[in-house]
Design a protein around this ligand. Structure first.
Ligand SMILES: [Zn+2]
Length: 234
């Protein structure tokens, strides 16, 4: 029997020492189901999301493969002064529990904020933290981090502009608004994806239509006023 985990060697982007971190094998990565905001569910113990963050046992710097690839001296100093100096040696190299996965994401978030990594990285980390709480039905914490993720994704959108390749991002902003009970904001974002003729991402257009419909039914049930753009078409 093939073990679900295997080990790779990583060079720390901060202290440059080499360390080992685990990953889930491709054949174990198949999700059982996925939520409308892309939160995926896997067989017990094989969640590849638990292993996205690599934590250096030497200096404590935590990042993902999409994070900043090289730290400059200013960033190294920022990290050492704010976080690294209080790091106590811990190894996240083997199999991770839910608690360790959560800790690894929170470490990566602090590191990304400290060295001012890309907003997209920060948004993704916040969203993953929300998902971890969702796995445990800790709804209050889930929604708290979904809200942070939403604010962060809106900043990504503002920086990257309305590029037509951003249909997935626009859909996601709509969906996070829907989940956070901001129906009018959600409608605005879904409508953009549905009506912008330059967008050709069929999967995201379909998903936006589905969530738009769901939202409409929900708003009717709650006797909320239906926005104009929802009355015209269906
Ligand atoms: Zn390190």
């Amino acid at each position: 029997m093939l073990e679900p985990l295997y080990t790779i060697k990583i060079q720390c982007v901060c202290c440059e020492r080499t360390f080992e971190t685990s990953r889930v094998r491709q054949s174990f990565k198949k999700a059982i189901r996925t939520d409308s905001d892309f939160c995926a569910y896997y067989k017990e113990g094989h969640n590849p999301d638990y292993y996205v963050v690599r934590v250096c046992p030497n200096c404590g710097f935590a990042s993902t493969e999409n994070s900043i690839a090289v730290l400059n001296e200013v960033q190294r100093k920022l990290y050492r002064d704010k976080l690294g100096s209080s790091w106590t040696a811990r190894d996240y190299g083997g199999k991770r529990t839910w608690e360790q996965a959560l800790q690894s994401y929170k470490l990566a978030l602090l590191c990304a904020q400290t060295v001012r990594d890309k907003e997209r990285i920060i948004a993704g980390l916040l969203q993953h933290i929300a998902w971890l709480y969702r796995y445990k039905d800790e709804t209050e914490q889930e929604l708290r981090f979904l809200r942070y993720a939403l604010d962060s994704y809106v900043r990504v959108y503002e920086v990257e502009g309305g590029s037509v390749n951003n249909a997935r991002l626009m859909y996601l902003i709509g969906e996070l608004n829907r989940r956070l009970d901001e129906p009018y904001e959600a409608v605005k974002w879904f409508s953009r994806v549905i009506h912008d003729k330059r967008i050709v991402d069929a999967a995201m257009i379909r998903a936006s239509r589905e969530q738009w419909q769901l939202l409409r039914e929900d708003m009717l049930a709650k006797k909320l006023e239906i926005p104009e753009e929802m009355k015209a078409s269906q």
